[in-house]
Ligand binder design. Structure first.
Ligand SMILES: Cc1cc2nc3c(=O)[nH]c(=O)nc-3n(C[C@H](O)[C@H](O)[C@H](O)COP(=O)(O)OP(=O)(O)OC[C@H]3O[C@@H](n4cnc5c(N)ncnc54)[C@H](O)[C@@H]3O)c2cc1C
Length: 342
C-alpha cells in the first residue's frame, strides 16, 4: 500500500507542517532536524528514497549529477531532498512516514580526532571526541564535513552510544577518493564537523530472534557497532550472534578483535571470515573459508536464515548479492536491515 502524501511548508511561519531550513542545509536534513518522519536511506543522492514534488518556491540543486536524479524528474518538479536546498519559502509535497521520525535529532557538531588505528592496509579506525554525549542507535551513520567547501560523505559509527562523546568510524581508503584522501591525511588533534545521526539500519534489541551481521570491506563499521551493542547487552545475553566478514584477500580480513571480549565469544557469538581471492599472493597461508560472503552465510546457515534478525552493510554489489540470497531463502523483508552505501 502506498503511504498517503502530505503537503508541508518550509517557511518561517510556525504551523504544525512547517519547518525552517538553515541557509547551508537541505530539505531532507532540515525536515529530520525538525523531527518529521521524512523517508530517506543513503543521504548521498544515490537511492532516490527522499524525492519530493516542488509545488512552489525556488530551490538550488546541490549535486546535479546525483545518480538517483532522472531526466524526467525536472519535468515533473521532482527533487532529491538530500541534494536540494530551499532558496525561498517552499511548498513541497512528500510522503511523511512515522517510522522515519528520528529517535535522536540530527545536528552538526565539532569533533577532535583523538587517535587512529590501522585495521588493514586500507581500513583505518578514526576516534573522534565531541563535547556532547554520543547519542545514536548502533548501526547509524553520520555525515563527515571535510575541507572548505565542504565535501560531505556518510560514515557509519563503529562504537556504541556513550556519555563521553566518542564517535568511532572505520573507513576504507578509496583510490583518489575526495573524502577518504582528506580523512587519511588527518592527524590527531585536527578538528572536523560532522552531522548526524542518520540511518534506519539500526539494531532492533526488542526482537527475540538471534542475530546475523554480514559485512564486506567498508561495511565493517556498522556491523561492529551492532554486534557490540547486542553482545554487551545483558538483556540479550541468550541470543546467538553470527558475524560474517568478507574480504578479497587474507590480508583484508579484520574485525574479530571487536568481538573477542564479548561474553560468550566462541560459543554463542561466532566470527566467520571468508576470502574471495584465495589464490592472491596476499592470501598465502589462508586455510579458512573461500568465496563471497553471502555464499558462505548461505552455506553455513541455510534454512535457519529465515529465523534471524539480519543486518548487512558493504559495497553496493555485495549488499545486492546478500539481499538476493536472503530473498531466495524467503527471509521476511521486515527482518532485513541495511542502508545502501554509495
Ligand atoms: C549510508 C552510508 C554509510 C557509509 N558508511 C561507510 C563506512 O562506514 N565506511 C566507509 O569506508 N565508507 C562508508 N560509506 C561510503 C562513503 O560515504 C564514501 O562513498 C566513500 O568513502 C568514498 O568517498 P570518497 O570521497 O573517498 O570517494 P569519491 O570517489 O571521491 O566519492 C565517492 C562517493 O561520493 C559521492 N559523491 C560524489 N560526488 C558528489 C557530490 N558532488 N555531492 C555529493 N556526493 C558526491 C557519491 O556517493 C560517490 O559514491 C558509506 C556510504 C553510505 C551512503
Amino acid at each position: 500500500m502506498t503511504e498517503p502524501k502530505k503537503t508541508f511548508l518550509i517557511t518561517n511561519a510556525s504551523t504544525d507542517d512547517a519547518f525552517e531550513q538553515a541557509r547551508d542545509d537541505c530539505v531532507l536534513r532540515a525536515a529530520l532536524r525538525a523531527g518529521l518522519g521524512y523517508p530517506y536511506e543513503c543521504n548521498s543522492g544515490g537511492c532516490g528514497s527522499c524525492k519530493f514534488t516542488l509545488v512552489s518556491g525556488d530551490v538550488e540543486v546541490l549535486w546535479k549529477d546525483a545518480p538517483a536524479r532522472r531526466e524526467r524528474d525536472a519535468e515533473n518538479n521532482r527533487y532529491l531532498g538530500c541534494q536540494t536546498r530551499a532558496l525561498s519559502d517552499l511548498t513541497v509535497e512528500a510522503r511523511i512516514v512515522p517510522k522515519f521520525v528520528p529517535k535522536h535529532l540530527p545536528a552538526v557538531r565539532r569533533a577532535r580526532l583523538d587517535a587512529v588505528t590501522d585495521l588493514t592496509s586500507d581500513i583505518r579506525e578514526f576516534s573522534f571526541a565531541s563535547d556532547a554525549p554520543a547519542a545514536f542507535l548502533p548501526g547509524q551513520y553520520a555525515i563527515l564535513l571535510l575541507g572548505e567547501e565542504p565535501t560531505r560523505r556518510c560514515y557509519s559509527m563503529s562504537n556504541v552510544p556513550n556519555e563521553q562523546g566518542l564517535w568511532l568510524f572505520q573507513i576504507k581508503r578509496v583510490a583518489d577518493g575526495v573524502a577518504s584522501d582528506q580523512l587519511f591525511s588527518l592527524e590527531p588533534g585536527d578538528e572536523i564537523s560532522f552531522d548526524g545521526p542518520y540511518g534506519m539500519a539500526y539494531v532492533r534489541p526488542e526482537t527475540p530472534r538471534d542475530v546475523l551481521c554480514i559485512a564486506g570491506g567498508s561495511g565493517l563499521s556498522p556491523m561492529v557497532s551492532i554486534a557490540r551493542s547486542v553482545g554487551l547487552d545483558e538483556a540479550q545475553g541468550s541470543k546467538r550472534l553470527y558475524f560474517f566478514y568478507g574480504g578479497r584477500t587474507a590480508a583484508d580480513i579484520c574485525g574479530e578483535n571487536y568481538l573477542t571480549d564479548l561474553p560468550g565469544f566462541g560459543e554463542r557469538i561466532t566470527y566467520h571470515p571468508v576470502v574471495s581471492e584465495p589464490d592472491d599472493a596476499k592470501s598465502t597461508g589462508w586455510s579458512g573459508a573461500t568465496g563471497f560472503v553471502h555464499e558462505e552465510a548461505d552455506r553455513e546457515l541455510g534454512d535457519a536464515l529465515k529465523e534471524l534478525e539480519i543486518y548487512f552493510a558493504g559495497p553496493p554489489p555485495m549488499a545486492a548479492a546478500v539481499q538476493k540470497m536472503l530473498m531466495g531463502r524467503e527471509v521476511p523483508f521486515g527482518q532485513l536491515h541495511f542502508d545502501r552505501f554509495f
